[in-house]
Design a protein around this ligand. Structure first.
Ligand SMILES: Cc1cc2nc3c(=O)[nH]c(=O)nc-3n(C[C@H](O)[C@H](O)[C@H](O)COP(=O)(O)O)c2cc1C
Length: 393
């Protein structure tokens, strides 16, 4: 049997062994060299914000309202003009091809196969055209406008031509957060391999032969064509640090023919500024705790943002979603949908495209079960009435 088929079968088997999202994390930890796992799993400084995100979900209690006799809740939603089978979108993440050769193409395909959509990061490691051609499915595109509005204009023209329907502008990276796990591996910032760290990193790779064989069998090509020019020898995350102003967002609004989303909002004030700059969508996000470690849990600030924008923009949330019940809680507090980052990256590392499909399947099944146990027939009916004390997250 050819090696590629053997690896695909191994992925299928691995995916079938994932029973929740934390399983995917455990397998990813076993599969990846420590430096790569820590790049995904790590966060800024003392990693407080990342724990806060999750703790806020764990503090939620539901108020079931039984007796409807309903067994098949409707999870479908319309998000920024597209009907999704359930309200979970894949967040933009950098360097996904480091995790598995299926990379961003596999991620985009997995999302569409489960009736949802993925967001291609500026620094995904694959170009917009490569993913659009390889996956042949709709997607969103996320922008780090590090080269200014003019360069961004060129990138987003390509993204639109390649079929991206939503532009996500990330505003929470004026500089890179202090990711101390990357610092300890000698690769930060911004994820650079050089003669000083090559030997310890080489040893980590030798300890993960399956990852090395998988990558070697397809070749590690990390294209940065989506990210604009960067000098040879610069780190793989060059271009992420991108100071922005609201006038840049307004200028991008003029250039982008599709829908525009601002990602990284944590206050009512910024939410109103995003709407004033022309955003039709907002992602309440602290970048998965990878930027400002003192940031609040996203679930806690969600109601403030929802109240600030009213019907003027769709509000999405990410950070710490690890169970279907977490999606239900975010929707009850006013989110239209959630995004997940690390969970699908763990799935990708554990079992390639199949692993991402499995992560989405698990979240959907858990969501359906939670809604049924609550007696709620449709995500459109969710609201604060379905939450018990203390829900004042
Ligand atoms: C490895 C990794 C890379 C990321 N790269 C990007 C990126 O390129 N652009 C971006 O806007 N956000 C990026 N993020 C943040 C995610 O889009 C998302 O906000 C975050 O992962 C959500 O939290 P969660 O991981 O707890 O689901 C990245 C997150 C991770 C874990």
């Amino acid at each position: 049997m050819p090696l590629s088929e053997l690896l695909q079968r191994a992925d299928l088997y691995s995916a079938s062994r994932l029973h929740n999202l934390d399983d995917a994390r455990r397998v990813a930890r076993r599969r990846l060299p420590a430096v790569v796992f820590d790049y995904v799993d790590g966060a800024a400084d003392d990693e407080i914000a990342v724990r806060r995100n999750r703790a806020a979900f764990e503090a939620v209690t539901f108020r079931p309202q039984m007796g409807s006799g309903m067994l098949a809740p409707d999870l479908s939603v319309s998000v920024l003009g597209r009907d999704l089978a359930f309200p979970v979108v894949l967040a933009p993440c950098g360097l996904v091809r480091l995790l598995h050769p299926d990379g961003a193409v596999g991620v985009a395909r997995a999302a569409v196969s489960r009736g949802t959509i993925s967001t291609l990061s500026t620094v995904a490691g694959s170009s917009i055209e490569e993913v659009a051609e390889g996956a042949g499915v709709p997607m969103w595109f996320q922008l780090y406008a590090s080269g200014g509005v003019e360069e961004a204009g060129e990138i987003i023209k390509r993204a639109f031509a390649a079929g991206s329907e939503v532009l996500v502008v990330t505003i929470d990276t004026p500089t890179l957060g202090n990711r101390e796990r990357d610092v300890r591996h000698g690769v930060a910032p911004p994820l650079r391999v050089d003669p000083h760290n090559a030997v310890p990193l080489g040893l980590q790779v030798l300890a993960r032969p399956r990852w090395a064989v998988q990558l070697a069998s397809t070749g590690l090509r990390l294209s940065r064509r989506g990210a604009g020019p960067s000098s040879p020898g610069s780190g793989m995350l060059q271009g992420v640090a991108s100071p922005f102003s609201w006038s840049d967002v307004a200028a991008l609004r003029q250039l982008w023919p599709g829908r525009l989303v601002v990602k990284g909002v944590l206050t009512a004030e910024d939410a109103r500024r995003a709407v004033a700059a022309g955003a039709e969508g907002i992602v309440v996000s602290n970048h998965g705790g990878r930027q400002l470690d003192g940031a609040p849990a996203t679930l806690r600030v969600l109601p403030e943002v929802v109240a600030a924008v009213g019907d003027e923009a769709e509000v999405l949330l990410d950070g710490g979603v690890r169970r279907g019940a977490h999606v239900v809680a975010a929707l009850a507090l006013g989110a239209r949908a959630v995004l997940i980052g690390r969970p699908y990256l763990y799935g990708l590392a554990a079992a390639g495209e199949r692993g991402v499909v499995r992560v989405l399947e698990l979240l959907e099944t858990e969501m359906r079960r939670t809604m049924t146990l609550m007696g709620c027939g449709s995500v459109k009916d969710l609201g604060p009435d379905w939450l018990g004390e203390p829900h004042s997250c």
